[in-house]
Design a protein around this ligand. Structure first.
Ligand SMILES: Nc1nc2c(c(=O)[nH]1)N[C@H]1C(S)=C(S)[C@@H](COP(=O)(O)OP(=O)(O)OC[C@H]3O[C@@H](n4cnc5c(=O)[nH]c(N)nc54)[C@H](O)[C@@H]3O)O[C@H]1N2
Ligand SMILES: Nc1nc2c(c(=O)[nH]1)N[C@H]1C(S)=C(S)[C@@H](COP(=O)(O)OP(=O)(O)OC[C@H]3O[C@@H](n4cnc5c(=O)[nH]c(N)nc54)[C@H](O)[C@@H]3O)O[C@H]1N2
Ligand code: SF4
Ligand SMILES: [Mo]
Length: 722
């Protein structure tokens, strides 16, 4: 498949990958290669100032990729795929959905979405599931990514927006505490926003690995705390303990802007630093030093010094207690008197391209558009009116991602699944269980532009458009709404997902209207979100096109400025009050619980999983970019030289990493950056190198986020035979 005819003008748009949504320009320049029908360059935008990471630079490489899918593929009885026409594919899909529904009930058909989908696709997917399929069974990969941060933000502030302030606010920060986030690899252009904190000696990184981000703390730029994986909660309780014991908290702020101080005080009373040190491995003196430094910087910030920020990433969230750990980080920020002020704040660094918008518009099992609740009668009524149906038509809440995927094809599980923009065979926890589930299904449909490991399992694969071929909106990590623009004529054979949903809705005699046009869907999304927490009703497509910087909530009637450098909507949340009815934030006491799965049993190590600079997520895209695959061709097991020696493992040796769930084989990469009790694997690789063959299915009780970051494993050195 070849794509030609790029738009003759420069198209300003955004990188297809992560939530930083770096500004890029696409040009039909002769400098572009055959694989890259457009020339991709960094554009001056607030989050990236023209810079891009290696993934972003090479993103256009996938547009004309030889493995790109060019027609629907249907599974033949002999197991292979056969290209079929769109009418045949859609007719078959609709008839299978209808018959499975008739035989087993509406919940027998399930939908799995993603935080990479545009706002319009995410919105329409939720509507399609509830109206056209009539199913409650829709959830998405954001459950693996944002759900604990969202649950904690909602509980404390009454509202969840990753960064409740513009990213550029960090530029003047004097101190930044980063917990479990490795932006130097996961969002390289983010690092420029840490420069002032580094120059002030105030970058504090908490990570069991000396990550690339932790390396930024050297030379007086700050310090690195290296706890045992999964012990951030105790570390944060210890920091709060010091603040309260030494009266370093902001008493006026706590009295006027928060509730719950007494309960919080009681909950941290017993977490003196020496006790925390025995659990976390972080020395008591370092805990005291950190708490005191945060308090001093916060006090200075309120009299004109640079701001103080506490930020979390997946390292603290992807645990069975991720919501409580994030809550403990929020409590720390509240004790310091930061959230909802200009002196600093708390934020969570959203991950996927539309990880923010993707969690607002109704592809979550318990949610309707505008951050509305599917269980709230008033919310149901509003959305049903916009959709032109009776509220009773809307199903109730479904089940969260891990449960949805692990029960497929069982008595209680669904029998048909539609997957949009995710590769769960590689990226979901306890992945062999997911593969078994997919293979038990009556019918699996995957929409993708490549034959991902999940698409390879499908009964029907539908080829879709890529980012540079479609219009839409995305919401970045700051809650700023952006335009994704088409620079290319869509390739023949592939179709937009809005069109696919619209065609299927017709064939399924769905109530409601389903447009194939992104702008029309956006206009409907505005109405559906009106009055909700994530209110987009005042966000205007033409304003976005003109480059206006609009942050939600932005209610109808809000005056939006198109003047460069001016911000509209709500760039800074909570300045006037938090989103709880009394305007106060809630300090929620959280407790250290016995681990569901005891770690460090005889000879076991903690397996931490995460990301490499070169690869994105399940690797379905970046493993197909020669430059990236060349730089990081396989999973390497990061292991401390001392641990390696104890196991008889040498540099480059093949090692079987095992636990009760499975085995991964990877070559050892010796590094003092990991703790002696910890090993690290990236999760970007498939087959025998899939790190998720080892991760467990326990989930956080509040958010249902799985524990990707901490699995007990044992190591077995192998010979060199392959
Ligand atoms: N290159 C690249 N960039 C990406 C992505 C990608 O796949 N590749 N994905 C995007 C997405 S969707 C997301 S969600 C973000 C994620 O961005 P990050 O949160 O930065 O990414 P991770 O590598 O998953 O985890 C960050 C760090 O957490 C540490 N960690 C592990 N366990 C613990 C723990 O118990 N406590 C603490 N404090 N730290 C721990 C790991 O060592 C790791 O360095 O990245 C986005 N950007
Ligand atoms: N062990 C471990 N596992 C993890 C994590 C971890 O840290 N450790 N992190 C988790 C996190 S934070 C996340 S976000 C998930 C992500 O993991 P996945 O949900 O698997 O995400 P991707 O690999 O980005 O998969 C996207 C797929 O959709 C395709 N695609 C891209 N854009 C579109 C589109 O617009 N439409 C359609 N139909 N297809 C599209 C791509 O080609 C690719 O095949 O992984 C989770 N899994
Ligand atoms: S940091 Fe994220 S948005 Fe920016 S170029 Fe890299 S992948 Fe793209
Ligand atoms: Mo993510």
């Amino acid at each position: 498949m070849t794509i030609t005819a790029p738009d003759p003008k420069t198209t300003p748009t955004h990188c297809p990958y992560c939530a930083l949504q770096c500004g890029i320009s696409l040009d039909p320049s002769p400098g572009a290669g055959a694989r890259e029908p457009v020339l991709l360059t960094g554009r001056d935008f607030e989050t990236n100032a023209g810079a891009l990471c290696r993934k972003g630079y090479s993103a256009a490489n996938l547009l004309n990729h030889p493995e790109r899918l060019g027609s629907p593929l249907l599974r033949r009885p002999d197991g292979g795929f056969e290209p079929v026409g769109w009418d045949e594919a859609l007719d078959l899909l609709a008839s299978r959905a209808a018959s499975i529904r008739k035989e087993h009930g509406a919940d027998a058909v399930a939908v799995f979405g993603a935080g990479g989908l545009t706002n319009e696709k995410a919105y329409q997917l939720g509507k399609f599931a509830r109206l056209a399929l009539g199913t409650s069974r829709i959830d998405y990969n954001g459950r693996f990514c944002m759900s604990s941060a969202a649950a904690a933000g909602n509980r404390a502030f009454g509202l969840d927006r990753g960064l409740p302030f513009p990213l550029a606010d960090l530029d003047a920060a004097s101190m930044i505490l980063m917990l479990g986030s490795n932006v130097a690899e996961t969002m390289p252009p983010f690092v420029r926003h840490l420069e002032n904190a580094r120059a002030s000696g105030g970058l504090i990184v908490v990570d069991p690995r000396r990550s690339a981000t932790a390396e930024l703390c050297v030379g007086g730029s700050g310090w690195h705390l290296q706890p045992t994986p999964g012990t951030d909660l105790q570390l944060l309780l210890g920091l709060a303990h010091v603040l309260l014991a030494e009266s370093l908290v902001d008493g006026h702020y706590l009295a006027t802007r928060t509730n719950g101080l007494a309960g919080l005080r009681a909950s941290v009373g017993a977490w003196w630093p020496e006790r925390v040190a025995t659990i976390t491995g972080v020395p008591a003196a370092e805990i005291r030093r950190t708490a005191r430094a945060l308090a001093a910087a916060a006090a200075a910030a309120k009299t004109g010094g640079g701001g103080v920020y506490i930020l979390t990433g997946r390292g603290v969230e992807q645990h069975a207690n991720g919501t409580d750990t994030t809550t403990a980080a929020i409590n720390l920020a509240l004790l310091l008197g930061l959230p909802g002020t200009l002196a600093g704040g708390f934020g969570t660094i959203t991950g996927q391209g539309n990880g923010q918008g993707g969690r607002e518009h109704g592809q979550k099992s318990d949610q309707l558009p505008g951050y509305r609740k599917i269980t709230d009668p008033a919310h149901r009524k509003h959305v049903a009116r916009v959709w032109g149906v009776a509220p009773e038509t809307l199903p109730g809440p479904g089940i969260p991602a891990t449960e949805l995927l692990h029960t497929l094809g069982t008595e209680s599980g669904s029998r048909m699944l539609m997957v949009h923009a995710s590769n769960p065979v590689v990226s979901s926890p306890d992945a062999s269980k997911v593969l078994e589930g997919l293979r038990r299904l009556d019918f699996l449909v995957v929409c993708d532009f490549f034959l991902s490991e999940t698409a390879a399992e499908a009964d029907l694969v539908l080829p879709v458009l890529q980012w540079a071929e479609e219009e839409g909106t995305m919401t970045n990590l700051e809650g700023r709404v952006l335009r994704r623009r088409a620079a290319l004529v869509p390739p023949e054979g592939a179709r937009g997902e809005l069109w696919i949903m619209a065609e299927l809705a017709k064939r399924l005699d769905s109530p409601g209207t389903f447009s194939a046009d992104a702008r029309e869907v956006f206009e409907e999304l505005r109405l559906a979100s009106a009055g909700g927490l994530a209110d987009y009703s005042g966000v205007d497509w033409d304003d976005l096109d003109a480059g206006a910087a609009v942050y939600w909530p932005c209610p109808a009637g809000h005056e939006v400025s198109r003047v460069p450098g001016q911000r509209s909507g709500t760039p800074r949340l909570f300045l006037e009050g938090f989103a709880h009815p009394d305007g106060k934030a809630l300090l929620v006491p959280v407790h250290s619980r016995a681990r569901v799965e005891a770690l460090h049993a005889e000879g076991q190590l903690a397996l931490v999983t995460g990301r490499l600079l070169e690869h994105y997520q399940s690797g379905a895209q970046t493993r197909r970019v020669a430059e990236l695959a060349g730089a990081a061709p396989e999973a390497r097991l990061e292991i401390h030289p001392g641990t390696a020696r104890a196991h008889g493992i040498t540099e480059g040796q093949r090692v079987a990493v095992r636990n009760v769930r499975g085995e991964v084989v990877a070559r050892a990469a010796l590094s003092t950056a990991v703790r002696l009790d910890t090993v690290f694997l990236p999760f970007h690789f498939a087959g025998a190198q899939n790190a998720n063959l080892l991760t467990g299915s326990q989930v956080d009780p509040l958010s249902a986020m799985p524990e990707f970051k901490n699995a007990p494993v044992s190591l077995h050195p192998l010979g060199d035979e392959s």
